[in-house]
Each structure stands twice: as C-alpha cells, then as structure tokens.
Ligand binder design. Structure first.
Ligand SMILES: Cc1ncc(COP(=O)(O)O)c(C=O)c1O
Length: 422
C-alpha cells in the first residue's frame, strides 16, 4: 500500500498520488499547468511505443512511464485530475471531457449500438434530453422516458424493453426528486442494462453512485467540482473495461478538456469540494426553511427539509465520505398561483432579483461560490418543447436556486425582498 493510500479522501484530493510518473513535480508543491499541443518523442521507436500504448485495449493509464504524444490523446495535468476524480467517486477509472455534455455523449456513445434502447427518467437536464431525442435517434437508438421514481414502472420497462442503458440524474435537475440507485440495480438483476447516473447535483461529496450499484457516473465539472465557475469540463467515471473506448471517443470526437481547465479543477476545485459543499449545504438548510415559511411559496424541495418526499431515501443514499447525511446545495421551489399567474409572478420575482439583488445572481449553471437563480421552464429546460414540459414535470412556476458561499443572511435578505416586492 503506497503512502497516499492510507490518507483520508479529503487529504487525497489535495495531495493526489504522492508520487506520479505523469509529471515529475517533486520540487513543485503545486503541479504546473501543462499547456502544449504536442510532445517531443525523442526517437521513432519511442513514438511508435507511445501510439501502441495509446491504442491498446488497456490504455496507458497506470503505465509506469506514460508516453505523451499529442494533447488530444492524453496529457499529464488531465491525467492527474482523472486519478483524483476516480478516487473521489470510488471508481476504477475516470476520463475527462471538454464539458459535461462531452462526457454524457461519450458515455452513451461507448455503451450504445444501433437498435439499442435507453430507458431514462422523464426529467433530465435539457441538453441531455436533446442529445437523446435529436441525436441518438439518428444513430438508431431509441429512448423511452419513464418516471424512474416509480420502481414498478422501472421493472416493467426493463422487462418489456430490455434496454442497453438505464440513465438518470439523482437528485434530478431541476426538480430534486430522488431515484433509488440500489433498487434500480436490484431490478436490473442479471440483464444487460448499464446503469448510468449523472451525479452533478450531488457531487461525490454527497453521494457515490458506484458504491450503490451504478456502473457509470457522469459529471459536469463546470459545476461544483470546478466550484468557481471559471472553466467548462466533464468526466466519466467507469469500470476499467470501458476506458479504452472512452479514450478513443475523446480522441476521435475531440471533446478534450484543456490542460489549464484540468489544472483549475485539480488545484482549486477538488481540494476545496468538501469545505465548500458543507458550508453551502448549511446555508441551503437556512434558505429552504425561510422559503418554506413564506406565504408566497407553494412548495420547497431540498433533501434535508422535514417533509421532503424522498427523505428516507435521501438519508440512505446521500452521505458524505464519513457516512454523515449530506443533503446538497440545490433548492427547487414553486410560487403560489394558477399556472399562467404563477409563471408571470416567477418572471417578476426573478427580474426583480436580477435588477436589485446583491448576493443572488440570475444565471444558469450551478455549484459555484456565487448563489445563482434561474427559471428552468424558460432557460435550462427550454430544449424540452413547451407542450412536453408539463408531461416531463417542468412546472412554469418552478425556480432553481444554487447556493453559494455568501453570508446566508444576505441571500435570505435578497430572496425575501424580492418575494415581498415583486
Ligand atoms: C445535471 C447536468 N448534467 C450535465 C450538464 C452539462 O454540463 P456542461 O454544461 O458542463 O456541458 C449540466 C449542465 O447544466 C447539468 O446540470
């Protein structure tokens, strides 16, 4: 057992592998940013060996002496980040991509063939929905959307459709319902379906889907793992047997995470993940309670709130690395009123915030140190046609809030002012 293996995960995400052949930075406390498109190969024989390593079914990850050739194939900073991401999720390997969508697309591409079926939860991030309905169909892959919180529906779909992939987010973006990963795994039984979970909302601090029975995890690094909103990125954490295909998909489709972006997640994002999430989660609890008590608010969803519908599952499924309940940093709430009325009220409320609030910013994305507010029906989930939104449970009165690191009193002040005046 090497020196770094004995440390707890929090320390490992700061120090990474104590010794790595990816880069000799024994005199650099912080790994330098690698920013080179191509690498010196020294001899034809070394170049040939590098290409063989890269193309081999078992890729060069874990090789004692990786030979870097060209940035789009592999690169040291990304490699160090991938080692740490695999650690954080408890997976065999991680492969990074230029964005979360790059990761989602690659995971699905390596798993699916023409004629296959995907069973997915009926609510998904808008671009994932678009990927399935606009692109996978062109490749001969059909997606059936069902309510995966309903385990009977999951069982029926598995029996009837024999899907190749079961795909969901939990907590779900934006509505924060939970899907029981272990139960889906039991229902899948010995069938072929691969369970893919988008863990962007929870982050590996709050939930490790692989330990609960998922096969593959996808992430948008743009969110809490990056943490500061400065870079785009994505990652797939998967069994070793998918590694070579994931590398191949990245090489050939070209959605490569840049070295400087990888560096920022490696040096700032992952090492501060636990600290940020714990603090943001504390604030989320205060904000959720405040919203719950407000006469203009119809419903509040946050997994730590009393009365939250999936509370028992949340306590079982959402735990930090020490086994403590970890409810996350996202809140979803609905304003009161009849549909058209409440949509207008939402717009007034959010526009008031955009104009007057100091600590809450109208912007999509999430998981940053700034608190962000958005209206899913007209923004992040607008790719779902208006007529389909109701069917997919995207309520026009719904508001998504991503809690940042501001003083909770300022966030609550901004929200209550807007609720009072808008
Ligand atoms: C749950 C979820 N998955 C995937 C993505 C896509 O990530 P990216 O914007 O980095 O491509 C997002 C983006 O908002 C998301 O919220």
């Amino acid at each position: 057992m090497s020196r770094d293996r004995r440390a707890h995960i929090r320390s490992r995400l700061i120090h990474g592998k104590a010794q790595t052949s990816r880069w000799d930075f024994s005199h650099h406390l912080v790994p330098p940013v690698s920013s080179t498109a191509t690498f010196r190969l020294d001899t034809t024989a070394r170049g040939a060996k590098g290409f063989q390593q890269f193309a081999a079914p078992t890729s060069q990850k874990g090789e004692p002496d990786p030979i870097y050739i060209y940035d789009r194939l592999d690169e040291p900073t990304r490699g160090m980040l991938e080692d740490n991401l695999a650690e954080a999720e408890g997976g065999e390997t991680a492969v990074t991509f230029a964005s979360g969508m790059g990761a989602v697309a690659a995971a699905l591409l390596v798993l699916l063939r023409a004629g296959d079926t995907v069973v997915a939860h009926q609510r998904l991030y808008g671009c994932t929905y678009s990927l399935m309905t606009n692109w996978l169909v062109r490749l001969g892959v059909r997606t059936h959307f069902i309510d995966m919180t309903d385990l009977d529906a999951v069982e029926r779909a598995i029996r009837k459709l024999d899907p190749r992939v079961l795909y969901f987010e939990t907590p779900v973006n934006p509505t924060l319902e939970l899907i029981d990963i272990a139960a889906v795994r039991r229902l899948r039984g010995r069938r072929k379906a691969t369970i893919v979970v988008d863990n962007t909302f929870a982050t590996p601090f709050c939930q490790r889907p692989l330990s609960l029975g998922a096969d593959v995890v996808v992430h948008s690094l743009t969110k809490s793992l990056g943490g500061f909103g400065t870079v785009l990125g994505g990652a797939v954490i998967a069994p070793k047997r998918l590694e070579a295909d994931l590398f191949l998909a990245r090489k050939d489709f070209g959605a490569v995470l840049s070295g400087p972006s990888a560096w920022s997640v490696l040096v700032y994002g992952l090492p501060t993940l636990g600290l940020r999430i714990r603090e943001q989660e504390r604030t989320a609890g205060l904000v959720a309670e405040m919203l719950l008590d407000h006469p203009r608010v119809k419903e509040v969803r946050w997994p730590g709130l009393d009365g939250y519908r999936w509370q028992e599952l949340a306590r079982r499924q959402m735990q930090d690395w020490d086994g403590n309940f970890a409810a996350g940093t996202m809140i979803y709430f609905l304003l009161k009123g009849r549909p058209r009325e409440s949509r207008r009220a939402c717009e007034r409320f959010i526009d008031y915030m955009a104009k007057s609030a100091y600590s809450v910013t109208l912007a999509v994305s999430l998981g940053q140190i700034r608190t962000l507010i958005e209206h899913p029906a007209s923004m992040t989930h607008a790719m779902i046609p208006a007529a389909e939104q109701r069917k997919h449970g995207i309520d026009p009165a719904g508001i998504r809030l991503s809690i940042g690191l501001e003083d909770p009193r300022d966030i609550m002040h901004d929200l209550s002012e807007a609720l009072r005046k808008a």
